[in-house]
Write a protein that binds this ligand. Structure first.
Ligand code: UDP
Ligand code: MG
Length: 315
């Protein structure tokens, strides 16, 4: 029988935790009765340095129901690293680990389907958003643009999959070999290469509270999603530079021609325009190169991704 762990990253989620635990406990009970999972399956709530009562609530839930376990991180490390902490801890206790956001916007009905696919022999099962009308329009549009850009840049990832997925212990063991500081799990996990499949995930509204993903966090994740897996942006700059040299050669030919014909006019506007334009392109290019250097700087330090302060219900 499959021993299942459900990992939930939590950052200031005091409003949703009790409801999430209640719904998941119901689901675990039901899957246990179906004979899908063993009775010692559990939830693991990862407190990602919350500043509200999140950890106290997790401790209270653990006291009331031993299927609730808790991991208290020493400080806020962000969604991706918090998921990693949960998965790496849970993999030593369970046969398969499902990660899902604490606000339960993802489809709980997909969980038994993921377990069935795992029983069928798949090591990784991705939840794929089939309908996300509950997400704000801006979020949906930016997601589409981002997936397209990512594909253009040659990054392999599962379309419309966020971090709702099942992974086997074996897959997690392999994942632990990828020692990246700039973590983007959706790009990393397809690189593992084991058999994978998808199940549909219908997105609903948050059961309470508000989004903890600020615009800055979203942009930084998007940047990691490209720069951690592709060096194409650097080559784009190279080609852009070449194109600019060609354009300036053309302008030079024109200028020589104008001087010889005696029609050269002192052109303030074209000068000022090109100064700003070229300046912009140079700054942008330096910025892109800088982004990669910044990543190298972070990677070489090999700092731990997270520190675990406390474990509730360990084995
Ligand atoms: N989260 C986290 N650390 C952070 C930010 C978010 O662990 O620094 C968790 C959050 O508690 C939630 C999940 O990541 O369980 C997704 O966040 P949220 O629902 O706010 O994002 P959205 O669904 O709006 O993209
Ligand atoms: Mg959410």
């Amino acid at each position: 029988m499959i021993k299942l762990a459900i990992v939930l990253p939590c950052y200031n989620e005091e409003e949703v935790l009790r409801e999430s635990a209640r719904r998941l406990a119901g689901l675990l009970g039901q899957m246990e009765a179906d004979g899908r999972i063993s009775p010692d399956s559990f939830m693991l709530f990862v407190n990602d340095g919350s500043r509200d009562a999140t950890w106290d609530i997790i401790a209270a839930l653990h006291a009331a129901d031993k299927r609730v376990r808790g991991l208290n991180l020493a400080r806020n490390v962000g969604h991706q690293a918090a998921i990693m902490a949960g998965m790496m801890t849970a993999k030593d206790w369970a046969d398969a680990v499902i990660t899902i956001d604490a606000d339960l916007q993802d489809d709980l009905k997909a969980i038994p389907k993921m377990v069935d696919e795992f029983a069928r022999g798949y090591d990784i099962v991705y939840g794929v958003k089939v309908q996300r009308t509950a997400d704000p329009l801006l979020k949906r549009l930016s997601a589409v643009a981002f997936y397209k850009l990512q594909a253009r840049m040659g990054v392999e990832s599962v379309y419309n999959h966020a971090d709702f997925r099942l992974m086997s212990r074996r897959a997690l063991q392999m994942l632990s070999g990828y020692k990246e500081t700039n973590l983007y799990l959706r790009g990393l996990i397809p690189l593992i290469g084991l058999d994978s499949t998808t199940v549909p995930d219908v997105i609903s509204e948050r059961c309470a509270g508000h989004s903890k993903y600020t615009l800055a966090k979203m942009l930084s994740l998007a940047l990691d999603g490209i720069t951690s897996f592709s060096v194409k942006p650097i080559y784009c700059i190279l080609w852009l530079g070449l194109a600019f040299i060609l354009v300036s050669l053309g302008i030079a030919v024109y200028v020589v021609h104008a001087i010889m014909a005696g029609t050269a006019v002192p052109g303030w506007s074209s000068l000022i325009l090109s100064v700003w334009f070229v300046g912009g392109v140079v700054l942008l290019s330096v910025g892109v190169v800088g982004a990669y250097i910044g990543k190298i700087y972070k990677e070489v330090k090999r700092r731990p991704l997270y520190n675990i302060k406390e474990v509730l219900g360990g084995e």
